[in-house]
Design a protein around this ligand. Sequence first.
Ligand code: IMP
Ligand code: MG
Length: 176
Amino acid sequence: MEEQISVLISEEDVDKRIEELAAQISEDYRGRQIHLICVLKGGAPFMIELSKRLTVPVSMDYMAVSSYGSSTKSSGVVRIVKDLDESIKDRDVLIVEDIVDSGRTLKYLMELLSAREPRSLKLCTLLDKPDGRMVDVEADYSCFEIPDKFVVGYGLDYDQKYRNLPYVGVLSFVEN
Ligand code: IMP
Ligand code: MG
């Protein structure tokens, strides 16, 4: 089987939308410092691009959780692979994710982090797949809603590949 990728959201459209969202977030957090938490690995390209366009003071930390094997279906099992380096107590925390699909990863993360008593805790995602939702999670900020297709690029992988693509594409498998 050969892997094929067709462009769903172009590089130009992603960049433009991130710019818009960054302006909105900067406005909403005016006078405060945002503590960005990147959910590795997929959230990294989005967080970097978003952070460059924020006009309020920003600090960053990284967390890695795993909820996926190498397949294209969510396992529902979430495990912390790397915890935060710093305390989030009394900070304005914004979680930055690549995608909310079933919502299991984010539900788990939001509960875990809210127990650490941040001043505020919000969720920002590049992509939202509402049709995949299995648990009740809503992003405070989302760049794009997408259909229930398996996508790669802009941080999203298939078997650890394609995270570096500067656009979002739908992955399909064709017989060769
Ligand atoms: P959830 O727990 O089902 O919401 O899925 C969370 C994680 O599954 C995301 O952070 C991604 O790493 C992965 N994931 C979900 N949908 C896709 C997709 O379409 N392409 C690549 N990874 C995905
Ligand atoms: Mg992810």
